[in-house]
Design a protein around this ligand. Structure first.
Ligand code: FES
Length: 84
């Protein structure tokens, strides 16, 4: 995972969430439910294919692959570039 604005490249091991890894690298990141239903941790996707596991996004938003909830979302493929 690569949060573009921060310039960081972060490795997400199996069993961890994108949010877990971002929180370690960027203290103070806002989040709330961590279950994919509040929308607090919605993050813009700049490249790559997000695997959605939230209950916030509609079908059109999921299909657009332009945003994801990093508390529950994963990636299809080896790389996901986020705006963060
Ligand atoms: S923190 Fe609530 S949707 Fe991710």
């Amino acid at each position: 995972m690569e949060p573009r604005r921060s310039g960081l490249t972060l490795r997400v091991e199996p069993g961890r969430t994108l949010l877990d890894v971002v929180r370690e690298a960027v203290p103070g990141v806002a989040y709330s439910c961590e279950e994919g239903w509040c929308g607090t941790r919605e993050t813009k996707v700049l490249a790559g294919a997000p695997a959605h596991h939230d209950s916030v996004l509609g079908e059109d938003e999921r299909a657009s692959r332009t945003t994801t909830m990093i508390c529950v979302g994963r990636a299809h493929g080896p790389r996901l570039v986020l705006d963060g």
